[in-house]
Each structure stands twice: as C-alpha cells, then as structure tokens.
Write a protein that binds this ligand. Structure first.
Ligand SMILES: *[C@@H]1O[C@H](CO)[C@@H](O)[C@H](O)[C@H]1NC(C)=O
Ligand SMILES: *[C@@H]1O[C@H](CO)[C@@H](O)[C@H](O)[C@H]1NC(C)=O
Ligand SMILES: *[C@@H]1O[C@H](CO)[C@@H](O)[C@H](O)[C@H]1NC(C)=O
Ligand SMILES: *[C@@H]1O[C@H](CO)[C@@H](O)[C@H](O)[C@H]1NC(C)=O
Ligand SMILES: *[C@@H]1O[C@H](CO)[C@@H](O)[C@H](O)[C@H]1NC(C)=O
Length: 351
C-alpha cells in the first residue's frame, strides 16, 4: 500500500509553529520523491510517489509513471488489468486515468505464448482502459485503442503496414536473421551468421563458429570448440568433453566447464568434480561449490544432499531461518500451492 505524497507534521510541532488558532489552516506539505520509479517500497511508503510539487509546496501537481492522482491529491498505483495465474500475462500499467487507477492508458509487459522458442505478444490499452493482447500474431507493440501493430517480436518483420496499417502482419525473418523490417530486409543476424550485403540477408559462419568476420573467417568459435586452421576458417570440438575452451588446440584445454576442474597444467585436461551430484567445483575437483538439480550443498560435509521436498529442483538453506527451503520444482512438477514461497510439496503438473 502506497501512502500519499504529503507529509503531515506532528500536531504538536504545528501548534508550536503556528499557534493553536492557526492549526486548522495548517498546510499539508508536499514531498517530491527524487528517485521515482526506482524507489524501493520503504521509500514509497515514507514519501509517496509525487514527481512535482506545486510552487507553494502544499500539494502534488504530477505523479510518477505507474501512479495517478486521486481526488484527494494523493498518488495511487495504477492497476493493470487482472489476468489469472498461468495465462502467461506479465503486465504493468505505465499511466492511468486520474481518479480511476484501473483505467489504463499505456500498458506495458507481454503475453508469453510459448517459452520455447520465446514467443510473445504485446499489450495495448483499449478505449475502455483495459489492457488487451495485441491482435496481430507475433506483434510486440501495438497502437493504443486501435491495436494496430507497430512492431513485431524479435525474429519477425512487419509487412503490409504501409498499404493498410490495420492489415499489417508479422512474418518470420529468413533463416539466420534475428531482426527484420520485412522478410526481405534483414537488420540484424543471429549468432553464427553474418550480414551478406549481396542478398540483404545473413550467411552462415563456418560450422561451430559463434562469430565470423567473413564466411570463411571465424573470429570466435562456439564454446567447447577451437579454430583448427591457422586462417580461422574452421572450428572443431575440444577433445576433452569437460573442456569449454581449447584456444591452443583441440587437445590442449585452456578453460574447463563448470562441472570440470582444471585444466591440469601438465596434461591440459580437466578432471570431473568428484562429489556425487555436484554441478560445479572450484579449488579442487573434490570441493563442490554447487550441486545439480534436486540436491543441496551441505556446508558442514561438502556433500550434495537430496532436497528434502520430493521432486524439488532447487533448494537452499535460507539465511534467515537456517532451514532448507524449496524454491522450484523439477520439470513436470509444480508447487502444490500456487506461488508458495517456500514450496512445501511438488506435485505432478506444469507451472
Ligand atoms: C486517495 O488515496 C489515499 C491514499 O491511498 C487515500 O487515503 C484516499 O482516501 C484517496 N482518496 C479518494 C477520494 O479515494
Ligand atoms: C499509448 O498512450 C500513451 C499515453 O497515453 C503513450 O505514452 C504511449 O506511447 C502510447 N503507446 C503507443 C504504442 O502508441
Ligand atoms: C587460433 O587462432 C589464434 C589467433 O586467432 C591463433 O593464435 C591460434 O594459433 C589458432 N589456433 C589454432 C589451433 O589454429
Ligand atoms: C546422484 O549421485 C548418485 C551416486 O553417484 C547417483 O546414483 C544418482 O544417480 C545421482 N542422481 C542424479 C539425479 O544424477
Ligand atoms: C517424485 O517424487 C515421488 C515421491 O513423492 C517419487 O516416487 C518419484 O520418483 C519422484 N519423481 C522424480 C522424477 O523424481
């Protein structure tokens, strides 16, 4: 709950300042919040969300974004339209009507349709101030009130807008293109591709190459790979599966992956972490620093112990209670109580 942008002086202080007969006319002093939307809850509770106070300092003239002024002159939080649990809506209301915080003028956030690949739609504020999913599939941003698409989600280009905005559609960019104005005009390539001025599209880098300066010139191989030709035209997998970089050659590891320790200076190879169910070790192969899903590090023994909650994927010892708490469930399981923190039981189902 956010309190008003006004600060009431204690009555005793007012009486001392003004004399008892003037107390009734005492002004309510406005306090401008300097940090605005970056304030923490404690600061909002203390000073409120007024952005600009009136010249005489008695009232708030303008509230910060995400707040609107009610008829008493207080800045109250805008309320985004409610969508139920599990609908994929992650929504905020950036500006709303004075006196009606539920009437949104500018909706922020997105509607996640599918996690993989990251597929979402934006929201717009309709004429009634309700936040609605943009009607055009794969549209990231659309016009207030009309819902006409202005910008597509990454990997899609807006087509047809010029001829008939209302009929504009988002079409997939061509292979290797991360952002496009239309399917024919690519403006940014995916990792592993480079712009090809001849086609206006993206051409693949050499295989297993993450970044290249030309189609046969790799400047950075993918993790776990190294350039195996002196001209950088090819990348090959490091010989050691625990190796993440082998810049000096496929059999000479320079950096081990998280679940490996080393490399050993003599053999240039990595040693697997020795603690069972450990996902990351440092200092030595036997010093586990992080356990795999479903396990928690026992600070006293250094062992990975199964989470107490069955089918929990991530549990940790709370610094506040000293108790083990489950934070998330394994894939295919969900908290028995929605939004529970900590989770007390993981049951079959999806979040
Ligand atoms: C305005 O907001 C403040 C703080 O939330 C509240 O105390 C007050 O009653 C509101 N005024 C009206 C008219 O709703
Ligand atoms: C919607 O309207 C708000 C102001 O009410 C404006 O700030 C915002 O940019 C508009 N959004 C779009 C996509 O036109
Ligand atoms: C990889 O490229 C670097 C310079 O970019 C070079 O120093 C190194 O010798 C190359 N490694 C191999 C195996 O060709
Ligand atoms: C945890 O380690 C034990 C002993 O090495 C092994 O049997 C078990 O399969 C491991 N659990 C997981 C989830 O990998
Ligand atoms: C989930 O927990 C149950 C016990 O509640 C257990 O029988 C089952 O093997 C677990 N499933 C997985 C995938 O760990």
């Amino acid at each position: 709950m956010v309190r008003s942008g006004r600060r009431h002086l204690p009555l005793v202080a007012l009486l001392a300042l003004l004399g008892t007969d003037m107390a009734a006319a005492a002004p309510n002093l406005c306090v401008a919040n300097q940090n605005g939307v970056w304030s923490d809850q404690e600061e909002l509770d203390r000073v409120g969300a007024c952005k600009v106070c009136s010249a005489d300092g008695t009232r708030c003239e303008q509230c910060w974004e995400f707040f609107s002024m009610n008829s008493s002159g207080d800045c109250v939080p805008c309320k985004a339209t409610e969508y139920g649990e599990g609908t994929g809506a992650a929504l905020t209301c950036i500006s709303c009507k004075a006196d009606d915080p539920s009437h949104c003028y500018n909706c922020g956030g997105r509607f996640l349709l599918r996690e993989e690949p990251d597929d979402f739609q934006g929201f717009y504020a309709d004429a009634n101030g309700k936040c609605i999913q943009c009607p055009t599939p794969h549209c990231a941003e659309c016009q207030n009130v009309t819902g006409v698409c202005l910008q597509c989600e990454p990997g899609y280009g807006l087509v047809g807008f010029f001829f008939d905005p209302a009929a504009a559609a988002c079409t997939p960019c061509k292979a290797g293109c991360a952002r496009c104005e239309s399917a024919d005009e690519c403006s940014g390539c995916d990792y592993g591709y480079l712009p090809d001025p001849a086609t206006g599209q993206c051409a693949p880098c050499p295989s297993n190459c993450q970044e290249c300066s030309a189609a046969n010139q790799c400047s950075q191989c993918k993790s776990g790979h190294t350039n195996v030709t002196t001209d950088g035209s090819a990348c090959a997998a490091c010989a050691d599966p625990l190796c993440s970089f082998c810049a000096e050659g496929v059999d000479k590891c320079t950096s081990c992956s998280e679940n490996g320790f080393g490399p050993d200076p003599a053999t240039k190879r990595c040693v697997a972490c020795t603690t069972p169910n450990c996902s990351s070790c440092s200092d030595s192969a036997a010093t586990c620093t992080e356990c795999g899903p479903g396990y928690v590090l026992d600070g006293a023994t250094g062992a990975c112990e199964p989470c107490k909650v069955q089918n929990c994927s991530w549990c940790r010892i709370s610094s506040q209670t000293g108790q083990e708490e489950c934070e998330s469930c394994l894939n295919g399981y969900t908290s028995s109580v929605a939004n529970a923190d900590p989770i007390t039981a993981c049951v079959p189902g999806s979040a």
